[in-house]
Design a protein around this ligand. Structure first.
Ligand code: NAG
Ligand code: NAG
Ligand code: NAG
Length: 393
């Protein structure tokens, strides 16, 4: 009696198991052939990174007559004048004629209409410092081909990106391509820390810079992003913090951790904090592909911004054309995303070979002696960062 019950139960159990097994096998088999069927079956637009693990940062620069991807004269709608080297006194533009060729990864030619179709109904967000803004402007030029595009809509208001009273500019910009409903936006957060005035009614009060809390903008809008690119790096110096009256906070209190008093320690702590937080959100946001871009290298020689440092080379690739190393040159960002679902957008060593691509001393504001060996001419090196991004989304 007992045995019979048991056997009957086991029989039913076995057939359920068998059916489940067969069904699972079919799903697995079908989804391998056609991933979109998985989407239908699971009801989720879940993404997985390409299974082939290749390092886009290893490869070489090659001359390419099809570069640049847009005209530096044409892309007036999106390029800041100070970064459009074609509009300055610079006469040598050989830096525009190269493309990055990874050794072991597929990197399809960037084609703007195909890119926008792929980004149908999607939002691409850049959050970071002025180098992030360069990457944003570059992508706007790449996506429009550098042509006047009156149809592209300013949707900054949707994201609260409006110029505050008395401010020089808004904290960011957002534009939408109506044909594909693709939104590209940028938010200025130079340290990726949350900034909160200590006394909000006093415009001259200090500002708490919460190292362990992502910017409010990012917390608020993260669920609306399909692609996110973070960056930070060059604002981690005492002078900038003091000038902005930013005071480091950890755990909601002024920082008293001696390890975090050094700029390097605080930057590292913030990069790890934001990566950990973002990684904790990603399981709930299966559409979102998140990247942390590594630091953009500077090329000041014989000094700095303030001490007459310069970068006068105009000949491409005088330091070589290849990157062979496996590790990133930015160990902070590489370490921060290690073991998370955030992808490294490693551009440091690649860009380090391109010292001739900076604004140098050709600024439009040509006030004697100012050299910009930090920002890049556009079109230029940040276009390559976006090609690397486009290949990985
Ligand atoms: C545009 O895309 C968003 C998702 O990013 C979607 O919510 C919205 O409905 C789309 N609008 C149109 C008109 O299809
Ligand atoms: C904040 O600033 C206002 C204006 O300067 C001042 O009246 C007020 O006392 C300040 N509040 C605190 C808590 O310090
Ligand atoms: C950055 O912080 C992490 C986590 O606390 C630590 O393991 C790592 O050694 C730090 N790296 C640097 C370069 O300070």
């Amino acid at each position: 009696m007992k045995g019979g019950n048991y056997n009957r139960f086991r029989g039913r159990h076995l057939s359920v198991t068998l059916i489940t097994l067969i069904f699972t096998t079919i799903i697995l088999w079908v989804s391998e052939k056609n991933p979109s069927i998985t989407t239908l079956l699971t009801g989720q637009d879940q993404f997985t990174w390409p299974s082939s693990v290749c390092n886009y940062a290893k490869g070489q620069w090659v001359a390419d007559s099809r570069r640049p991807l847009y005209s530096g004269f044409g892309c007036k709608q999106w390029l800041s004048e100070m970064w459009a080297c074609r509009l300055t006194q610079r006469l040598d533009f050989s830096y525009e004629g190269y493309r990055w060729l990874p050794n072991n990864c597929e990197m399809p030619e960037f084609e703007r209409s195909a890119f926008l179709r792929r980004m149908q109904d999607k939002t691409i967000a850049f959050i970071g410092d002025s180098l992030g803004r360069q990457q944003f402007q570059s992508l706007m030029c790449m996506a429009t081909g550098g042509e006047m595009s009156p149809e592209v809509e300013d949707v900054g208001k949707e994201y609260g990106l409006v110029k505050a009273r008395g401010a020089k500019r808004p904290d960011g910009w957002a534009f939408r391509f109506p044909n594909t409903n693709t939104t590209i936006l940028y938010y200025w957060s130079s340290t990726l820390a949350d900034l909160v005035p200590i006394n909000s009614t006093d415009p001259r009060s200090n500002v708490a810079m919460h190292l362990d809390r992502p910017p409010a903008f990012m917390r608020k809008y993260l669920h609306r992003f399909d692609v996110l690119v973070l960056n930070t790096g060059h604002h981690w110096n005492r002078g900038k913090l003091t000038a902005n009256r930013w005071v480091m906070y950890v755990n909601g209190k002024p920082n008293d951790d001696s390890k975090l008093v050094s700029m390097g320690g605080a930057k590292n702590f913030t990069a790890y904090s934001i990566s950990k937080w973002l990684d904790s959100q990603l399981p709930y946001l299966p559409r979102l592909k998140a990247f942390f871009r590594t630091i953009s290298p500077r090329h000041f020689r014989n000094g700095d911004w303030n001490t007459g440092g310069s970068c006068d080379n105009t000949t491409p690739l005088t330091e070589g054309r290849e990157v062979l190393q496996d590790q990133s040159s930015d160990e902070v960002v590489e370490g921060a995303v290690k073991g998370t679902r955030i992808k490294l957008l490693d551009i440091t060593a690649i860009s380090d070979l391109r010292d001739e691509g900076h604004i140098s001393h050709y600024s439009v504001r040509a006030t004697g002696g100012i050299n910009d060996c930090l920002h890049w001419c556009l079109p230029g090196i940040p276009d390559t960062w976006n090609e690397l991004l486009a290949a990985q989304i």
